[in-house]
Design a protein around this ligand. Structure first.
Ligand code: ARG
Length: 585
């Protein structure tokens, strides 16, 4: 079923047609959600937009549109307000049929249609540099990227997720040197990531103090790049161990990649790529290095993109350009989305510009994000000043939610407590991340993200659980099994009259409108706000409108359908955020 505003938009087009008003090129009969629902559920400003070209005043135009508005529309007779707004109040029957559809649909789409023209979207996110553990800051790209992948798939696009790990950086000079000189095999066997980090940090410190170590590391890097067998073997082992460590974190986060094509996968393409750019006169020599200049681009005029250093070494940009070639050729990418922190803005501006010069038509987006701050408003650090490791954060999240659950519901079994604290703990961290505008720097706060009554995952999960408990109680009272409940829901007729019911129904209808907006601006926070509003609408409804104690069975059943549709939408919406819901908590 098309969304309510899409249906209203179609009716509006009919009315305009009937009234003999033609839409000028580029103008569409848009209908948007009303700011103030006292006057209607949706509105349009089309009369104001068209008044000038129609040489009439907006109110007169609005009147003629309303007079021609189809009576069979899902809207009551539209009302004109202010300078010429047209307000639509959706008929309760239309809301009722929408709620029924959401409650009954078996494909879990909650009223959302798939896009008519699916695109192939490559999503590049997470992409940590290996041999260094992921720190808390990596969660932003990882979680935002995973959510965008889920939402884009849900919308019907063909999504390819690729973890473009940094597995060929200069850090390998230090790691190989350290591996040969200070590696502790037992420590490596016990906790590879920790040992690799220790090696990296120790050598990094030595490099700062001692030029001879610096030189030795450089030699190891050059040997690696030249294909030295021993160094390649060490490199390979480091990458393998790091990947295993990363995989453990992704498993905990329930994040999946279709591919892990790291930087090293493109090594063979770098030389030929640079040659091609020189041949095509896109790149040129400058002081021994090879650069792309952007004389026609004001912002980049003074910021050439370096693609080969004087010593022959390639750069981050070179790899990214080779990666674009591959993704377009092999995967036929229509879009490539990079979820990477804001400090890399210049890098992406440059490579997008070079890609355009290379003739790529693919739409590329740098989906930037801000940082996570500690309570001192500085980048989050441990007491000793180190980066906070992501695994530690996730472990703590689960432990803390376990304590809360123990206190709230001690009668749960140990197994239940364990599962629920996983779901709630990880969900809390994700929701805290996703509910922020991605560009804002936010302060990491356990208390805020775990609160049962704030703008949090536990609040939403608890709302879902509350609905489940209505149905458990119903089953108990009436001696029904799941099949019995399904039959009851299937036979119920939804009739909405109370404010609480209508507000909840209106909110349910908006799900299908919000999901596409998440993709338009790459803004998962819109879905978070939506779900919070939905949960609030449910709680208001539940306070004002008794469900199991409704005055008659018909009302009870109608409200049960509303509750069920809410649970489905909460579960589906949270699922798009990569957040699971428990049955109890
Ligand atoms: N490895 C990079 C970093 O940690 C991020 C890579 C992002 N993706 C890309 N295609 N450049 O900064």
């Amino acid at each position: 079923m098309p969304t309510l505003p899409a249906q209203l938009s179609a009716d509006l087009a009919t009315a305009l047609n009937q009234a003999g008003i033609e839409l000028p090129e580029g103008v569409s009969a848009d209908v948007t959600a009303a700011q103030d629902t006292r006057f209607g559920d949706y509105q349009t400003n089309i009369a104001m937009v068209l008044a000038k070209s129609q040489r009439t005043n907006p109110r007169a135009l609005a009147t003629s549109i309303v007079e021609n508005f189809p009576a069979e529309s899902i809207s009551e007779t539209p009302q004109i307000a202010g300078p010429g707004f047209i307000n639509f109040k959706v008929k309760p029957e239309a809301f009722a049929s929408l709620v029924t559809d959401i409650a009954r649909d078996t494909d879990g789409r909650c009223g959302m249609e798939k896009v008519a023209n699916p695109k192939t979207i490559v999503l590049d996110f997470s992409a940590p540099n290996v041999a260094k553990p992921m720190h808390v800051g990596h969660i932003r790209s990882t979680i935002i990227g995973d959510t965008l992948a889920r939402v884009a798939r849900f919308a019907g696009h063909n999504v390819i997720t690729d973890n473009h790990i940094g597995d060929w950086g200069t850090q390998f000079g230090m790691i190989i040197y350290g591996w040969k000189n200070i590696l502790d095999q037992d420590a490596l066997a016990a906790d590879p990531i920790a040992e690799l980090l220790r090696v990296y940090k120790t050598i990094n410190d030595q490099c700062k103090a001692d030029e001879s170590v610096r030189d030795a590391c450089k030699l190891e890097l050059v040997a690696l790049q030249a294909g030295d067998e021993a160094n390649l073997e060490i490199w390979q082992k480091c990458v393998e161990l790091s990947k295993q460590g990363l995989q453990g974190i992704y498993d905990k986060l329930d994040v999946h990649f279709d591919h892990w094509l790291g930087e090293s996968a493109y090594n063979d393409r770098l030389g030929p790529l640079v040659e091609r750019l020189i041949d095509e006169k896109i790149a040129e020599e400058s002081d021994g290095a090879i650069c792309v200049f952007f004389p026609d681009n004001k912002a980049l005029e003074e910021k050439p993109c370096l693609i080969r250093k004087g010593d022959g070494g390639f750069l981050y940009a070179t790899t990214d350009l080779a990666t674009i070639d591959f993704r377009v050729e092999e995967w036929k990418a229509d879009e490539i989305w990079y979820v990477v922190g804001a400090p890399q803005q210049l890098h992406f501006q440059q490579i997008f510009e070079v890609a355009a010069k290379m003739g790529h038509k693919t739409n590329m987006e740098h989906i930037a994000h801000g940082s996570i701050l500690g309570s001192d408003r500085k980048l989050m650090r441990t007491r000793s000043g180190d980066n906070v490791q992501l695994t530690d954060v996730l472990t703590e999240a689960v432990e803390r939610s376990r304590a809360i659950i123990e206190e709230k519901n001690p009668s749960l079994t140990d197994d239940e407590k364990e599962t629920i604290s996983e779901i709630v703990g990880i969900g809390s961290v994700k929701f805290a991340e996703l509910s922020q505008h991605r560009m804002t720097d936010y302060i990491f706060s356990w208390d805020k993200m775990l609160a049962l009554t704030g703008d949090t995952a536990p609040y939403l999960q608890y709302s879902f659980v509350r609905i489940q408990s209505i149905f458990r109680k119903l089953a108990e009272n009436e001696g029904l099994d799941q099949a019995g409940i399904d039959t009851l829901l299937a036979n119920a007729t939804v009739a909405l009259s109370e404010d609480g019911e209508l507000t909840l129904a209106r909110q349910l209808g908006r799900f299908a409108e919000i999901v596409p907006m998440v993709l338009d601006g790459h803004r998962p926070n819109l879905l978070c706000s939506y779900l919070l509003e939905l949960a609030r609408a449910f709680h208001s409804f539940f306070e004002a409108c008794p469900v199991l104690k409704a005055t008659d069975t018909a009302t009870r059943d109608s409200r049960l359908v509303l509750a069920h549709a809410t649970a489905r939408t909460l579960e589906t919406g949270l699922g798009l955020l990569g957040i699971r819901v428990p049955e109890k908590m």
